[in-house]
Design a protein around this ligand. Structure first.
Ligand code: NAD
Length: 357
């Protein structure tokens, strides 16, 4: 029996989570898995009910779960709140509390959606990139930080880029191991020519390479990586990088695919794992029943692969998504003339029906 903790969050998070649960219920009803599911609060919804975007009860339930499934957080109604209680603090907080140091963001082009990219189909077709981003350290967490007013009246803003060797090693180890199960090519991205901290990053990754003689390790400066992702994205298999560079590059890589509603992610620690779509709470379409639930459903597939250790069930979900796309079923965000436009619930139902196929 595995404990799965559901955090639908805000906006379309609620709607897409319901579709993920349909897939999990189907798996349960067929006796393919044994799951205990419970649900909690995070983000703006949690703030409204408890005064904090990350209640203590959420942290403790998440810590004791085998995996957390998260919808999305945020919304315009919470934008005026103090930074410390904004919905997004809930997300950063839970990643830190669970020590989720390794973020996996696959960027894959579905052949059925190759026209959705803003790049030419011949550049993007066949892309299969896994961005491994360090998630719990680096400049987003480094101290000292803040804004202070100086005696002369000027203000000074400060953030610190800090990495310790063990923090680099643990995420690099994951990246090497993932590369091993894929095309065995790992590109570590840094700015070692300018930032001493990322020079340490590069040296640390190089020192680990002898443990993985079957993986071809290369290095790239982040500015070049940003260019190469657009110029020739197929050169990449696994990209390993720091928290901030990974934030930016994984968004860039995902946009090669052209469809934000299709992209899942996993955030892994040594004890915990959290799975969520890469998109936000989409306040512009929330409550309308039109959101694409496929990124959420594909996040469930990642959970089957990385936490439940059931790669065959992960593939089954992924195949069901392909079948639905092959059949021309589309939510509004990926719709093209000639296709069948459906809402969130109908898309979830179509995936469940395709699971049986
Ligand atoms: P967003 O990802 O919510 O939306 C960007 C655009 O993509 C919108 O037009 C939206 O309608 C569309 N979109 C996103 N997901 C979709 C889906 N599944 N189906 C169809 N269309 C979809 O990003 P944003 O508008 O910049 O941010 C909205 C809120 O979400 C903000 O409060 C932001 O802080 C938050 N956010 C949260 C997360 C997260 O929870 N992980 C990530 C990014 C943004």
């Amino acid at each position: 029996m595995k404990n799965i903790y559901l955090l639908p969050g805000d906006g379309i998070g609620q709607e897409i989570m319901a579709e993920a649960v349909k897939v999990l219920d189907w798996m349960q009803s067929r006796g393919l898995v044994s799951l205990r599911m419970s649900e909690g609060l995070i983000g703006g919804t949690a703030y409204d009910r408890t005064g904090t975007p990350l209640p203590e009860a959420t942290v403790s339930a998440a810590k004791s779960a085998d995996a957390v499934l998260l919808g999305a957080v945020g919304g315009t109604q919470w934008e005026a709140l103090d930074y410390s209680v904004r919905p997004e603090r809930g997300l950063l907080g839970i990643r830190k509390a669970l020590d989720l140091y390794c973020n996996l963001r696959p960027a894959q082009v579905f052949p059925q959606l190759a026209n959705a990219s803003t790049l030419k189909p011949e550049v993007v077709s066949g892309i299969d990139i896994m961005v491994v981003r360090e998630l719990s350290s680096g400049i987003y967490f480094g101290e000292p930080r803040g804004v202070e007013t100086l005696p002369d009246g000027r203000q000074k803003g400060l953030n610190s880029l800090v990495y310790y060797t063990d923090e680099i090693q643990r995420v690099a180890r994951r990246a090497f191991e993932i590369a091993r199960k894929r095309q065995k090519r790992l590109c570590s991205v840094d700015k070692a020519n300018v930032l001493e901290c990322t020079e340490l990053w590069r040296k640390t990754v190089i020192a680990m390479a002898p443990d993985y003689p079957d993986v071809a390790l290369s290095h790239m400066y982040v500015d070049n990586a940003a260019m190469q992702l657009i110029r020739n994205p197929r050169q990449f298999d696994v990209i390993l990088t720091t928290n901030m560079f990974g934030d930016i590059l994984s968004d860039e890589a995902s946009m090669l695919t052209g469809s934000i509603g299709m992209l899942p992610s996993a955030s892994l620690g040594d004890q915990s794992a959290l799975y969520e779509p890469i998109h936000g709470s989409a306040p512009d379409i929330a409550g309308q029943g039109v959101a694409n639930p496929l990124a959420m459903i594909l996040s469930v597939a990642m959970m089957f692969r990385y936490t439940l250790d059931q790669p065959a069930l992960a593939e089954r979900i992924e195949r069901a998504v392909h079948l639905v796309l092959d059949a021309g079923v589309r939510t509004a965000d990926i719709w093209e003339p000639g296709m069948t436009k459906v809402g969130t619930a109908a898309m979830g139902d179509a995936v469940v029906a395709a699971l049986t196929a």
